[in-house]
Ligand binder design. Structure first.
Ligand SMILES: CC(C)(COP(=O)(O)OP(=O)(O)OC[C@H]1O[C@@H](n2cnc3c(N)ncnc32)[C@H](O)[C@@H]1OP(=O)(O)O)[C@@H](O)C(=O)NCCC(=O)NCCS
Length: 170
């Protein structure tokens, strides 16, 4: 198992993982699948900002990916990034989510970021537990701010302070 920066060749696999999550869960709040061109544009935009897009691979197969981007556009938020992690349905529960989030924590720390944030559907116990295990604390729970598949959805924000100089440890 390897974790490495994604390349253009990984875009079909990343798109398939993303679209499976869109179609089958409330982990991402859209019902619209992406095209490979959408995902390539997304990766290019992340890269242009100097942010990583990482894939986990096993025997040449992409089993998951993770990335982060700016939390909010205002300059005062520049030390805070929001990440996402998606594991292929056939490869969940084997520690890959933990590994990718660990790599994202290291990457954000190396970039001098101060806070990493996860925005999680309130019913996504797998993600809430994963992040609690990785040192993230629940800092907000916003009732019914989202809607998908005809239901209102709660948003949970979890955050972790990073080990940058001056940061307090979680
Ligand atoms: C949430 C997700 C990223 C977790 O990744 P994963 O590789 O399956 O999780 P891991 O095997 O690394 O598990 C790490 C910890 O997460 C928690 N966890 C993972 N799956 C869980 C589940 N189905 N139920 C409850 N807790 C779970 C556990 O605390 C686990 O630790 P343990 O193995 O010591 O019990 C993955 O299930 C996924 O991609 N889901 C669909 C997309 C998604 O929800 N992304 C997150 C959006 S915020």
């Amino acid at each position: 198992m390897t974790i490495r920066p994604a390349t253009e060749q990984d875009i079909p696999a990343i798109t398939a993982i993303y679209n499976e999550v869109v179609a089958t869960s409330n982990a991402v709040w859209t019902e619209k699948p992406d095209t490979e061109a959408d995902r390539l544009a997304w990766m290019t935009a992340r890269r242009a900002l100097g942010y990583p897009v990482l894939v986990a691979t096993e025997g040449g197969i992409v089993t998951g990916y993770g990335t982060f981007g700016d939390f909010r556009a205002w300059p005062g938020y520049r030390y805070t990034v929001e990440h996402s992690v998606y594991i292929h349905a056939d490869h969940r529960g084997r520690g890959l989510g933990r590994l990718i989030v660990g790599e994202l924590i290291s990457a954000a720390t190396d970039l001098g970021k101060h806070v990493l944030i996860a925005g999680i559907d309130g019913d996504n116990q797998a993600s809430i537990r994963l992040h609690a295990q990785m040192g993230f604390a629940e800092v907000a729970r916003m009732p019914e701010v989202g809607r998908k598949f005809g239901r209102w959805l709660d948003l949970v924000f979890m955050q972790r302070l990073l080990d940058t100089p001056g940061a307090s440890r979680p």
